[in-house]
Design a protein around this ligand. Structure first.
Ligand SMILES: CC(=O)SCCNC(=O)CCNC(=O)[C@H](O)C(C)(C)COP(=O)(O)OP(=O)(O)OC[C@H]1O[C@@H](n2cnc3c(N)ncnc32)[C@H](O)[C@@H]1OP(=O)(O)O
Ligand SMILES: O=C([O-])CC(=O)C(=O)O
Length: 373
């Protein structure tokens, strides 16, 4: 048996959803740069789920389905109010809420593909309401109901703040959602596929995926980047802070990637947005600190920034609480998880690799009374 640590380079499934070839990312063959500049997040959801861009009529149908399903059952809101609210991380709340949603979905365990598609729509539609309702309840505020006349991106920002967002904020947030929607067989997507390959249900698959995304080596890195920027505090402190960490062989959050070697193609879009938004809000420091960190880490370690690095200062500029950054990643990535779950069901085989055993050889069982102290 040969063990490949972290399954690096192992091809574990085929998929027609997204590809990373020679550091180029595509969704269903469309370059991410093109989609980031031009597509709405709703179009990307359609693309991932149907493997084609929607016609106007198909897009309107999806928009309506999402809008009609965007409200949370009141039980979820009541449940949030029972949480030890000041101690709960929003990713934990999101993970629990998705699991709980499954309990209130009468079709949760129906395995027909039409029922699974309907669950995908319901889950995608409700993710913004889950994250924003929790964010408001923990501040003692009432959740805000979604509006049917706003886009997916605008609705999220509206439900979070209660104010209709500026067009520039909507444009930036939409772009961030497009950039995070899918990414081949990343850890959380793999988790979702492993879970549903047992023929478990959609809610279980997404709950498992949220758990995997939460970790700081994956989606949790965007919050960790912001923590680092806050700790550094000013451009003057960047050099010593980063060099000290590198000298101690500590990881710099938001850098490196298992697949990309030359760089993550999503990072440049977020970097441009970060520059624009931090300037607009009159707080360019986080962008300036970030570019300085980038030049040290690329210079010293030849590690380029990944999607999580500049998304931190983008979301901060939009006035979003730092611990909501990873839940926002999930609001977008659920579109990819759902596409992969539906694809897995369509051509399923249990995912069950092997482990090389490294424990002791055959041992004789000794009854507890005879084992000594
Ligand atoms: C959406 C996403 O999930 S994007 C990734 C988000 N995660 C992060 O930003 C966390 C920081 N980055 C990392 O931890 C890693 O680069 C990962 C997890 C993304 C990829 O990990 P792997 O492919 O397993 O690389 P691994 O962790 O084995 O690192 C290889 C070498 O590069 C170094 N390295 C990798 N990333 C970093 C980093 N961010 N800072 C400093 N050194 C790093 C490692 O220390 C290791 O060095 P060594 O060979 O001298 O021991
Ligand atoms: O692909 C990965 O390993 C992590 C990543 O960038 C993502 O999930 O967007």
């Amino acid at each position: 048996m040969t063990v490949t640590r972290g399954l690096e380079g192992v091809v574990a499934t085929s998929s027609s959803i997204s590809s990373i070839i020679d550091d180029t990312l595509t969704y269903v063959g469309y370059n991410i740069d093109d989609l980031a500049e031009n597509a709405s997040f709703e179009e990307v959801i359609y693309l991932l789920w149907h493997r084609k861009l929607p016609t106007q009529a198909e897009l309107e149908k999806l928009n309506k389905e999402l809008a009609d399903n965007a409200e949370l059952p009141k039980e979820i809101i009541e449940h949030f109010k029972l949480y030890p609210i000041d101690k709960v991380h929003p990713m934990g709340a999101l993970r629990s809420a998705v699991s709980l949603l499954g309990l209130y979905d009468e079709e949760a365990d129906l395995m027909e593909s039409e029922a699974n598609y309907r669950k995908a729509v319901r889950l995608q539609a409700k993710m913004p309401a889950i994250v924003t309702a929790f964010a408001r309840i923990r501040k003692g505020l009432e959740p805000i109901a979604p509006r049917k006349d706003l886009s997916f991106a605008a609705n999220f920002l509206y439900m979070l703040s209660g104010k209709e967002p500026e067009p520039i904020a909507v444009e930036a947030f939409n772009k961030a959602l497009v950039l995070h929607a899918d990414h081949e067989l990343n850890a959380s997507t793999f988790t979702a596929r492993v879970c549903v390959a047992t023929l478990s249900d959609v809610y279980s698959g997404i709950t498992a995926a949220i758990g995997a995304l939460k970790g700081p080596l994956h989606g949790g890195a965007n919050e960790a980047v912001m923590k680092m920027l806050t700790e550094i505090g000013s451009v003057d402190n960047v050099d010593s802070y980063i060099r000290e960490k590198l000298a101690k062989k500590e990881k710099i959050m938001g850098f490196g990637h298992r697949v990309y070697r030359q760089g993550d193609p999503r990072a440049k879009h977020l970097k441009l947005m970060s520059e624009k938004l931090t300037n607009l809000t009159g707080k360019p420091e986080y962008y300036e600190m970030s570019t300085q960190i980038e030049s040290i880490v690329t210079g010293e370690k030849n590690l380029p920034p990944n999607v999580d690095f500049y998304s931190a200062s983008v979301y901060d500029s939009l006035g979003i609480d730092h611990d909501l950054f990873t839940p926002i990643f999930a609001v977008s990535r659920v579109s990819g998880w759902l596409a992969h779950i539906l694809e897995q069901y369509d051509n399923n085989r249990l995912i069950r690799p092997r482990a090389e055993y490294t424990g002791p050889g055959m041992q004789q069982y000794i009854p507890v009374q005879q084992r000594g102290q």
